[in-house]
Design a protein around this ligand. Structure first.
Ligand code: IMP
Length: 179
């Protein structure tokens, strides 16, 4: 079973739900004038998007983008669009929903793309922020939790596409990804 591959749990399902409740309220108040379009980056953002949107009371819409920038446990350079947005974002407030910000390369590119599509404002909300991993000076506007500089899985986060369905965030046993 998946649980056996987890070294330790770092954020429980309940902690994540409580934090999403707080963030949902904050988004309602910060975007009182013009609610945002939530743009989830597939596939890691799905559980976080689902939990977060339940706690937002304003009239928001959601959309998804799929970009590649990562393989195995190391970030790689460029970002390619595999699935683009379904709707126009011209003049809209966009809130990018991301599982984790590590080097920041993915988000820097996506943010630039969304502005070039005519968004009025683009902000970022991330479930986890690995501040020590940052190579590009980009900040998440909203962060659920600061993440230790370890390889984490669960609640959307994967290792070679596995473990996304764990209901919590945990650290993967090192022998499973180190050669
Ligand atoms: P960045 O461009 O380096 O910020 O990469 C962000 C992406 O890297 C995330 O969307 C994740 O897919 C992946 N990533 C970074 N750190 C981890 C981790 O600890 N576990 C799983 N995926 C990670």
């Amino acid at each position: 079973m998946l649980n056996q591959d987890v070294e330790k749990v770092i954020f429980t399902e309940e902690q994540i739900r409580n934090r999403c409740e707080e963030l949902g309220k904050q988004i309602d108040s910060d975007y009182a004038d013009q609610p945002p379009i939530l743009v989830g980056l597939l596939k890691g953002s799905i559980p976080f998007m689902v939990e977060l949107m339940k706690h937002i009371s304003s009239k928001i819409q959601i959309d998804f983008m799929d970009v590649t920038s990562y393989s195995g446990t190391r970030s790689v350079g460029d970002v390619k669009i595999l699935k683009d947005l379904d709707r126009s974002i011209i003049g809209e407030n966009v809130l990018i929903v991301e599982d984790i910000v590590d080097t920041g390369k993915t988000l820097a590119k996506v943010k630039e793309m969304l502005y070039s599509k005519g968004a009025k404002d683009v902000k970022i909300i991330a479930l986890l922020d690995k501040e020590e991993g940052r190579l590009i000076d980009i900040k998440s506007d909203y962060v659920a939790f600061k993440c230790p500089n370890e390889f984490v899985i669960g609640f959307g986060l994967d290792y070679n596409q596995d473990y996304r369905n764990l209901p919590y965030v945990g650290v993967l046993k090192e022998e499973l990804y180190k050669e």
